[in-house]
Design a protein around this ligand. Structure first.
Ligand code: F0G
Length: 459
């Protein structure tokens, strides 16, 4: 927009959801009742919900009209064809298999190609991807570049694959035990960091050397393409859909959670070029998801995805989207709040261990910060640290690599003044950081403890 410094939300609001205000005293009582676990709060008691960007997008008027147009025929619905064409405009894979969300695509893919003795390299597996790989009996190995593991490193493409590490993993396992290589764009578990086209090309070359297919975990493909356009030499000013097609052209298939960059509340797909693999995946699909022309979704969901995919690659949308995340990060940085740098596309990851040096990892600094943000301003983020990753299958506990709090930004949901309020909340908590208590766990399930554990503050 010709020379304006203010980047506005490129939409106006037609339908609103009221937010319920609470007092700090109420929030303290709610926290006590919830065992200091933010997953146990009622969403109605949360003012600004930054728990996840997944499935929390606001749909457009066009998408809602698509919902009404959705055709619910069991087989061969026109909504299916609109969905398929919309996906293939960006990702021209022969086979598109709709699933109810990303992990269903992962489950189907790895139940077919995984299994004991197999190894899957990925820049960083998202939790559900790793869980599905491991559930099949295969091993999930992360091969992100070293900078991708250092919160303060400002590399422009911290999601890039370490090519030497990738080669080493394939050689050590033997290429016959590596059914495919995966690259997650953007790299959520590494802070929402992008992967460059140059790196994807180099990964492709390694795959070609060993005769291996390359799959994308494409959840945040549009945000990744925008970072390529902004940061990669030679890519400035290119049309976003062209960049997406360049990414797709380097791959043999993808898994997708439409709950992110398709701007919908539910949905996903699995795609590939290989006919035989597609046949096997469709067989698995029918067992758990449904017939191949709707696969776990209603016709109306397919319509909403088809339209969302057109809207998500719009330049004004992406400029606003990436800018609004950076706006939050810029203000917090200026206020001296440590975080993963540079900010990712969909979230800002606060470095709780650095902000709360008086709380040792086993007293859960991420949990302490997340609880304090809710207590201070009703803002809900998500601990990504020792609570989430600290307990091991043998029962032992150790500090996670980092103790972060993710503030994930739902798409098209909050305005700049909401973000200003979040900034104020974080800065107020940061100002009293040294007074925050650590936590101990008083009740814990055998696995995935972050969802249901109960905590108590240390004196
Ligand atoms: N891959 C990545 C990179 C993800 O971030 C997610 C979900 C999935 C796969 C699984 O997709 O939820 O549709 O089954 N991430 C959400 C989050 C849950 O909060 O980051 P799904």
């Amino acid at each position: 927009m010709d020379g304006f410094a203010t980047i506005i939300e490129p939409f106006r609001i037609k339908s609103v959801e009221p937010l319920r205000m609470t007092t700090a005293a109420e929030r303290r009582a709610l926290l006590r009742d919830a065992g200091y676990n933010l997953f146990a709060l009622d969403a109605d008691d949360v003012l600004i919900d930054l728990l996840t960007d997944s499935g929390t997008s606001a749909m457009s008027a066009r998408q809602w009209s698509g919902i009404m147009r959705g055709d619910e025929s069991y087989a061969g619905s026109p909504s299916w064809y609109r969905f398929k064409e919309s996906v293939q405009r960006l990702f021209p894979f022969e086979h598109i298999i709709p699933t109810h969300q990303g992990r269903a695509a992962e489950k189907i893919l790895f139940s077919v190609v995984g299994g004991p003795g197999k190894v899957i390299p990925n820049n960083t597996h998202f939790d559900t991807t790793r869980a599905n790989v491991e559930h099949s009996g295969a091993r999930a190995v992360d091969v992100v570049i070293a900078e991708g593991r250092v919160p303060s490193s400002r590399h422009p493409f911290k999601g890039n694959v370490d090519l030497d590490a990738l080669r080493a993993v394939i050689e050590e396992a033997g290429p016959e035990h590596v059914p495919l290589v995966m690259v997650t764009v953007t790299n959520n578990s590494g802070g929402g960091q992008p992967v460059s086209l140059e790196n994807l090309r180099a990964v492709r070359a390694v795959c070609d050397d060993f005769g291996l297919p390359l799959f994308l975990d494409g959840c945040r493909f549009a945000e990744n393409a925008w970072f390529i356009r902004e940061r990669e030499p030679g890519q400035q000013g290119r049309a976003v859909p062209d960049i997406v097609r360049d990414m797709a052209a380097l791959a043999d298939g993808m898994t997708m959670s439409a709950k992110k960059d398709a701007l919908v509340n539910i949905g996903g797909w699995l795609a590939m070029r290989d006919d035989e693999l597609a046949r096997q995946c469709r067989e698995a699909l029918i067992l758990t998801e449904g017939f191949p022309t709707y696969g776990g979704l209603a016709g109306r969901d397919l319509e909403a995805i088809a339209i969302g995919l057109e809207e998500v690659v719009d330049e004004d949308y992406l400029r606003y989207r990436i800018r609004s995340t950076a706006y939050l990060a810029d203000a917090l940085r200026e206020g001296g709040v440590p975080m993963v740098e540079p900010p990712g596309g969909h979230a800002v990851y606060l470095d709780a261990r650095a902000l709360l040096p008086h709380i040792p990892p086993l007293a859960y600094p991420g949990q302490a910060l997340a609880v304090a943000l809710y207590e201070e301003g009703g803002v809900r983020g998500c601990e990504i640290g020792t609570v989430m990753f600290g307990r091991h299958p043998d029962g032992s506990e150790s500090a996670a690599a980092m103790d972060l709090v993710r503030l994930a930004i739902p798409r098209r949901v909050y305005t700049q003044s909401h973000v200003d309020y979040v900034i104020e909340t974080v800065l107020r908590v940061a100002a009293r950081a040294s007074t925050l208590p650590g936590y101990r766990i008083v009740d814990e399930p055998p696995s995935l403890r972050h969802f249901t554990a109960r905590f108590a503050p240390l004196a």
